[in-house]
Design a protein around this ligand. Structure first.
Ligand code: NDP
Length: 337
């Protein structure tokens, strides 16, 4: 059995505001021999997610914070290269919480085998992974989108938003995307097929939003919070549902900004705001994966993966790209052999 030295990103220091070079530490660890029921995974792609900013905060949340000195938590897709677990044989491609490391030892907890004939490995971290499931359950179970609804989606060119808008179209809604800059808005309309796309950085954003949804929006799928949430609250239809998926605009803030000044729009429009966490739908993952796969095969859903090269060393830069909006689709870090 060969000895493997894993290259890993450890949490070095909890950042104040935006993570910087002091936040992370690159380390090498010689992995111990496998015990019974363990297997060794070589990570091929590592998922890079806005939620990571929350996981390194020392604050109670839906999941324990990453400890100082611990390997940074991350979902990843990799290949089993050694195994003492019959359920995870050598050669199997797997998805699991393997961390920001090139090699990981697992016992198979919350690990699933994936089929790269259905879709390439990065897509199993995007449209067929956690972001796709988030879009699917957020719309069907929380937003309860139905034909004829007007659906508004923020961070529309990102991993969750790009799939949410396309699922909204498949469910018969008129879909409006919000994204940063003309290039992203063009992509959201022409490649993803949204009905409208509005640039929130444009000075006329509020006016444009009202113009494309004169009767208000029935469902707002909120990925960003902040001023865009306020704009959405000003444009609700009667009985609207706001799906609180995330609030990336606030993730680097040390003091959470005050809630939306205009939240009384919820009263006026008899509307609701509901938060959800995709982990609560884990037991229904197969249903969502099957449905999204069908939509991809029918050409209804276009899966976009934004692959960052450079291996483990490039993790800090890949995470920064989410906050500076450099991505089209799902950010994954490619790990060379
Ligand atoms: P994205 O791929 O959408 O990347 C983040 C995008 O957010 C950027 O591309 C950028 O796009 C936009 N953005 C960044 N800063 C701001 C800002 N200040 N104001 C407006 N937009 C901003 O990430 P994901 O799809 O992975 O995640 C989207 C959201 O979904 C996040 O809030 C995440 O935490 C949440 N999430 C929630 C889950 C749940 O279970 N509830 C599960 C998974 C994700 P642009 O250039 O358009 O600004």
């Amino acid at each position: 059995m060969k000895t493997h030295v894993a290259k890993q990103i450890l949490l070095n220091h909890r950042p104040t505001g935006t993570p910087d070079s002091d936040t992370w530490k690159l380390a090498e660890k010689t992995l111990p021999p496998l015990q019974d029921s363990e297997f060794l995974v070589k990570n091929d792609y590592i998922s890079v997610d806005p939620a990571m900013r929350g996981w390194i905060r020392d604050r109670s949340s839906y999941i324990e914070p990453v400890a100082i000195g611990e390997v940074m938590r991350a979902l990843a897709v990799g290949t089993v290269i050694e195994s003492r677990n019959a359920n995870f044989p050598v050669g199997l491609v797997v998805e699991g919480r393997f961390g920001v490391t090139d090699y990981a030892i697992s016992k198979g907890e919350m690990v699933r085998g994936i089929d790269t004939d259905i879709a390439p490995a990065p897509t199993w971290l995007g449209a067929l992974g956690m972001p796709g499931l988030t879009a699917y359950f957020g719309l069907t179970e929380v937003g309860k989108v139905s034909p004829g609804d007007t659906l508004l989606v923020s961070a529309a060119a990102g991993a969750v938003g790009s799939i949410a808008g396309q699922i909204g179209k498949a469910l018969g809604a008129t879909v409006i995307g919000i994204a940063g800059g003309p290039r992203k808005c063009e992509w959201v309309k022409t490649t993803l097929g949204f009905d409208e796309a509005i640039d929130y950085k444009s000075p006329s954003f509020a006016k444009q939003l009202h113009a494309v949804a004169p009767n208000g929006v029935d469902v707002y799928f909120d990925n960003v919070g902040g001023p865009i949430l306020e704009a959405a609250l000003n444009n609700l239809a009667l009985g609207a549902r706001i799906v609180i998926c995330g609030a990336i605009a606030n993730y680097n803030a040390e003091t959470p900004p005050p809630g939306p000044a205009n939240y009384m729009s919820l009263l006026v429009k008899r509307a609701s705001m509901t938060g959800f966490v995709v982990l609560d739908y884990e037991d229904r993952a197969d249903e969502a994966i099957a449905q999204i796969t069908d939509w991809m095969n029918e050409g209804v859903i276009h899966a976009a993966d934004h692959v960052v090269e450079g291996g483990i060393n490039a993790f800090p830069e890949a995470l920064t790209q989410l906050f500076t909006g450099q991505n089209l689709g799902k950010v994954v870090l490619s790990v060379p052999n």
